[in-house]
Design a protein around this ligand. Structure first.
Ligand code: NAG
Ligand code: NAG
Length: 394
């Protein structure tokens, strides 16, 4: 027995030190600069060794992607990729191959840009990525292929790195990132001159919060998009954090869950709030036409799929004048839910023919890989009215 005592003493001290370090880390996180570094992880990137001005390194055809910059009203420089659909590329390959490669000082001089601008049937997905990394990180490049590679596709993609990310200037804040998102849409509307009804806004993870803010901004101005696709979204940062696991493994704030007062205290220290459920509800209320797709994988261990439910309820509620209580909303949702097998399902909410909200919980895809799956590409096609027009048996 006596021999065990030092072991226990060591374990005891290890525990005390861990708790102390954990509390110190939490207190340090009340510093806005540090908090934003942790939240946005914009300096964490895996593409250090690759030149993102050479998209061939990520498997694209030469000059299929044009890297370029645009500026925001508050003078940040935002780095972006214009991805052209492969089918269209094939039709113009010899001409495109003769053009200069890499970063374009004036994108309007490129054939790819001109094809996007001049074709009355071209369509554009504006893509807002999640935290960390760049436009070229992880599953993102595969997702551009999945969204635009059909042989007859005329779907172009604009992907941006928010301020402070990759080659973009500045430091990320909620207001700043929203400004960047709006500036991306303005670039499409003013420079490409593509009408908003040929634009889909698509976001994943943090990008869903950016999307919600951007579409609310435009709904207030009376501008409607072809559709809005949110993949692995969350209702608000304060509601996300207690259940969030970094990389799906590290539930950083779960020790606080048992003490609601501590959790409230921590939430009150959040400098950025990202209230997506409220913003989406405003968007739905103010828009004349809504095609909103909420996609979440059941096996997403970073952000639980219950957040898609929360977003759906908030958006559906906003289609009614008076609002409904949760019980009635859930009853009506259940009536309009189709079981797709393996625990996956689709809930469709229609308010007349003008507002359609669709929540699709899929069985597989985790947090990021799901971006590359057919469900997301199909949602974009539906938003562009490139499907058979059906909205599933309800
Ligand atoms: C694009 O932005 C990057 C980062 O600010 C900058 O280094 C580069 O000079 C810019 N290029 C042009 C053509 O503005
Ligand atoms: C629906 O909206 C109304 C206000 O319009 C609100 O009072 C009600 O709580 C909302 N229902 C849910 C379930 O959020």
């Amino acid at each position: 027995m006596a021999a065990l005592a030092p072991v226990f003493r060591k374990a005891y001290w290890a525990l005390i030190i861990s708790v102390f370090l954990y509390i110190t880390a939490l207190i340090a996180l009340t510093n806005p600069w540090l908090q934003r570094h942790v939240l946005y992880a914009h300096k964490v990137q895996m593409t250090w060794l690759q030149d993102i001005n050479k998209p061939e390194q990520f498997g694209f055809a030469k000059n299929q992607i044009t890297p370029f910059n645009f500026t925001t009203p508050d003078h940040e420089t935002i780095y972006a990729w214009h991805v052209m659909p492969l089918g269209l590329y094939a039709k113009h390959e010899s001409e495109i191959l003769q053009q200069p490669s890499g970063f374009a000082d004036d994108i309007t001089q490129t054939k790819a840009f001109q094809l996007l601008r001049d074709d009355p049937d071209s369509r554009l997905i504006i893509n807002f990525h999640g935290n960390a990394g760049t436009v070229a990180q992880g599953w993102r490049t595969d997702s551009y292929r999945a969204l635009s590679d059909g042989s007859t596709s005329n779907i172009h993609i604009l992907a941006i790195d928010y301020r402070g990310f990759g080659h973009s200037t500045g430091f990320p804040t909620e207001a700043g990132i929203i400004t960047d998102g709006v500036a991306a849409v303005e670039w499409a509307l003013q420079v490409v001159k593509i009408p908003s009804d040929r634009i889909v806004i698509l976001g994943q993870s943090l990008g869903t919060a950016v999307t919600s803010a951007v579409v609310e901004h435009y709904a207030i101005k009376g501008v409607n998009f072809a559709g809005v696709v949110l993949v692995a979204g969350f209702t608000s940062l304060a509601e996300l954090l207690p259940g969030y696991s970094i990389g799906g493994y590290l539930p950083v704030l779960s020790p606080l869950k048992s003490t609601p007062a501590l959790l409230d205290l921590f939430s009150s220290q959040l400098v950025d709030k990202w209230p997506s459920a409220i913003r989406l509800a405003n968007f739905v209320r103010l828009s004349k036409r809504v095609r909103l797709f909420l996609i979440h994988a059941k096996d997403d261990y970073e952000i639980p799929w219950s957040h898609a439910e929360g977003l759906f309820i908030a958006a559906a509620n906003a289609t009614t004048d008076e609002g409904m209580d949760l019980e009635l909303l859930q009853k009506m949702k259940a009536r309009n839910t189709v079981d797709m097998g393996d625990g996956s399902f689709i809930s469709t909410w229609k308010s007349g023919n003008n507002k359609i909200i669709r929540e699709q919980v899929v069985a597989y895809g985790h947090h990021s890989r799901v971006l590359t799956y057919a469900t997301v590409s199909l949602a974009a096609l539906k938003a562009f009215d490139l499907d058979d027009g059906g909205t599933l048996p309800v």
